[in-house]
Design a protein around this ligand. Sequence first.
Ligand SMILES: [Zn+2]
Length: 260
Amino acid sequence: MTGGPTLVFALGSALVLLCGCEAAGTATGTTPSTGTDSTTAHAPTHTVDELLGRFDAAAHPDFSRIPDAWTDKDSIYLRTEVLDAYSRMRASADSAGIPLLIRSATRNFEYQRGIWERKWDRPRYMGWSAFEKARDIMTYSSMPGTSRHHWGTDIDLCEFENEWFETGEGAQVYAWLTAHAARFGFHQVYNELGSIGVDGGGRTGYNLERWHWSYMPLSSVMLADYNATVTCDSIQIFPGHQVADSLDVIRRYVNGIDRP
Ligand SMILES: [Zn+2]
C-alpha cells in the first residue's frame, strides 16, 4: 500500500460500494433458474455460526481430538475428515524421516477474539486509528469471524517463523510438504503476496505463512459457504469490527488465498 490510510480508506469504501460487502451468493448464485440447470446456485452445507467459529469443537459431532503425540497443545481439534487425511500424510512423512508437529488447529471465535484483543491493546498502537490498527494486526492475524482456523480444516505446522523453513530440518520439512502435501489434500494457502493485487490476479491479505496448511477438499466448500452466507455485518462484536468493510476483509483477506 502506498496511498496511506486516508486513500486506502476511501478506496476501501469505494470497493464496498461497488461490491456491497454482501454475500457473493446474493449477487451471483441465487438467480432463479428458468430451466433444469441449477448448477449455478451454491447451497451452503455449513451454518453461519460454524463459519464464524461460534461453536465448541469438543462438542461438535464432526470434530475429533488430535492425538496428544501429534501436537504440543492440550485438547485441540480438527474435522474428522481432515484429521484422517492428516493422519495419512503424517504417516507418509514419518516414513520419509520428516517430523511434523501441529502447533495450532481449530480456533473458535472466542479464542481468536482473545488473540485480537491482546494485539489491539499494544502500547505501540497509541494514537493509531481503528483502521490502521486493524490493518497492522491483519498482517498475520485474522479478525474474529474471518479465520480459516474457525473451519476445522487448517493447521499450523512446526514453527511460526518463515525463516525456520529455509534451512536445515525446516527446509527438509518444507521441501517434503511442497512435494507431497497435495497428494493428501493439503495446500499452503498463504504463499508470497502478489505485487499486483486481487484485481490483477495477485494474492492479497495475510503475509507469507509457510506453516499454515489447509485441507482443500473441505476448506474450499467452507469458503464457498462463507461467500454465500456471511457479510461484514456478521463480523462482530470486538474492538475494530466497524472497519471490517472498509478493509474489504471478506474479499481481500478471507478470499486472499493461493489456490492449487
Ligand atoms: Zn494458521
